[in-house]
Design a protein. Structure first.
Length: 364
């Protein structure tokens, strides 16, 4: 069978057999035909059904983690253990029920709820045994998500073990989100413990350390997500939630640092532009969303700084907004050609990843 490469089309264009535009169009047509057939989308999508799935699931997960109040503490550790076990059994039954009906997203949410209940149950056991009786700062389980203490490592280790077991059973991509959060908690606890930093998180030096640590950890999560993306051959998007959490920690830490210097703002702007471009290359919309918000923040701040109390401020801000719109229009017209040329220079595994991601996005 005759094999056609991009170099053959470029040679034909150079010999005036076809025009360069025809060469680009023909190459995109051949690349589309050669791309693997899109698999049914099982990952997160922005439609009403999926929004309701995640809204309900996150409310249930948040109720048993971040929003756990001190009301249950008055009944003792035994009541907390009973609550965690009852909710865990209910979540397991629902996960199995959703699995039998081929509903992977609600199944994954219920599986994640099982994992989230593990540290609550371990806390209840420790609370009943008086493990936290001598703590002057830890008031209840909700401080697990706020304060740093070396004793949280027992809860975090149990959570990772439970996540591994539940993932082995259900293979749900959403389970990687509580894993990523728990790894972040562990890293913060260990780092502060080794540096003997103040356990109260709102001191100036401790807060600065946490911001830099979160930034580095976010970069590590993004690298891990990219590795998962390249290695995965499943129709399920296992990297999505790791990418999202990595972006949250990295971009959130970067944005919280702030800078009153023009050079710092320009560096922040350049990083966010890089996120937008990276999102376009990797076919990951989350990068573009965070990068776009960052670009809007810094450009709005610059406009306010240089046009404050001036009649030109709304005009400058409108010009920035329209400029971003036209930048999106320009990219939409040239994205296919620029992306195709970039992919020619990439290693085969990365080219395969991008083609697979693009097929999934078109299908979803």
């Amino acid at each position: 069978m005759l094999r056609v490469e991009r170099a053959d089309l470029d040679a034909a264009a150079a010999a005036a057999v076809i025009s360069p535009a025809q060469a680009d169009g023909l190459w995109q047509f051949l690349a589309a035909r050669a791309a693997p057939a899109p698999t049914p989308a099982t990952g997160p999508r922005f439609d009403l059904t999926h929004v309701l799935y995640y809204l309900g699931g996150m409310l249930a997960i948040g109720a048993m983690s971040v929003f756990m109040t001190l009301g249950w503490e008055r009944y003792g550790g035994g009541a907390i253990v009973a609550l965690a076990c009852a909710y865990g059994l209910l979540a397991l039954a629902l996960a199995l029920w959703f699995e039998r009906r081929a509903l992977p997203i609600p199944m994954g949410l219920m599986a994640a709820l099982i994992v989230v209940l593990v540290p609550l149950g371990i806390w209840g056991v420790q609370h009943a045994l008086g493990f936290w009786a001598d703590s002057a700062t830890i008031r209840g389980y909700r401080d697990y998500h706020v304060l740093i203490d070396w004793r949280w490592i027992t809860l975090e280790g149990a959570t990772l073990l439970a996540a591994a077991l539940v993932f082995y059973r259900f293979r749900a991509p959403f389970l990687l989100l509580p894993v990523a959060v728990t790894l972040w908690y562990i890293s913060m606890d260990v780092a502060v413990m080794l540096l003997r930093a103040d356990a109260v998180p709102w001191g100036d030096s401790a807060w600065a350390f946490r911001k830099w640590f979160s930034l580095v950890f976010g970069l590590a999560m993004l690298a891990a997500a990219f590795w998962i993306d390249v290695r995965s051959r499943s129709g399920r998007d296992y990297a999505f939630w790791v990418y999202l959490f990595g972006l949250l920690t990295f971009w959130g830490a970067l944005t919280s640092m702030g800078s009153n210097l023009l050079s710092g703002k320009l560096v922040y702007l350049a990083i966010n532009v890089g996120l937008v471009l990276l999102g376009a290359v990797l076919a990951r919309r989350a990068f573009a969303v965070f990068g776009g918000i960052g670009i809007a923040v810094v450009l709005g701040d610059l406009a306010w700084r240089y046009f404050k109390d001036s009649w030109a401020f709304p005009i400058a801000l409108s010009a920035i907004g329209l400029g971003i719109v036209f930048a999106g229009l320009w990219w939409s017209r040239h994205a296919a050609r620029l992306t195709a040329r970039l992919q020619e220079q990439l290693p085969p595994p990365l080219r395969e990843l991008l083609q697979r991601r693009r097929a999934q996005d078109q299908d979803g």
